[in-house]
Design a protein around this ligand. Sequence first.
Ligand SMILES: [Zn+2]
Length: 311
Amino acid sequence: MKLKLFFLMALLFVGVIGCVEETVQPEPLSLKSAQANVVQLTPEFLDAMNLLIDERGDKFRIAMVETITKGNSDEIGQTIYSKFVGNKQLDSDFAPNDTWRSWSADNGNSITYAIDMTEDAEPSGLTAEETEAAIVNAFNTWDAVNCSDLGLTRNPAEGIDLGYLAFLYGMDGSEEIVADVMQCGWGFPLDAQTIGATFTFIWVDDTGEPLDMDGDGKNDVAFRETYYNPIFNWVVEGGSLDNIDVQTITTHEIGHCLSQAHFGMISINKAGKVIVAPRALMNSIYLGPLHELLGTDKAGHCSIWDEWPLY
Ligand SMILES: [Zn+2]
């Protein structure tokens, strides 16, 4: 959780060198956010992170982040796009036979996941085993939808503090990508409205243009990673609107990790009650425990995965 001093030093150093060599330098915004120790998820933040990725020479960029909020908060969950990859706010999905995803299985045809089992996995006094069980249940829930032959498999994280973005941001994390879908735990300082956030990293070519290897009109996902907000009270039993149920939120976020977008209209009636239509796990707000996939959740999943890995 602690901001590393060397990161600040490194940013200052890069800034100084940048002035001399006129190279692209990170926006000061990332430094300001780091000092505030809370990350406001904005296009500008994503752009600043993408500049850092570009400087590292990695051939992927953050295309977007999807957030979920509490049903009784002032905001609803959003999808925030980076401007770095142009104004094309395209969907993103995994491309079959994508051997660049060396962390995948079966030559890119079997989607893999990994779970952070470090202290980041222990919010609100829960054990890593308790949150792990809820996350595995969440993956199994999606894997059980019988229209698809997705073949989710778990890769070991071997004690790695997962989180490429956290690493990039100078916090406890790792530049090591060990799976297509990484569950990075509760160690990243999301803003007070956001319960969870899934970041989509897409492949780009040498000029920074997004790739569409399988020609389906969607950007190709390199990997996705999810962070959960440690400031909330998380539970694995007896969840409510204020006691956030781990499995409900992880199932929602894994939906994003498997390329599902938010679904459902959200409104407030005259009595001030939040109304969602239709109710779905992929609603962008949390309304209490929900472990089963509902109609549109399954339909959305099937439309993405039913013919995987063939098109
Ligand atoms: Zn969401």
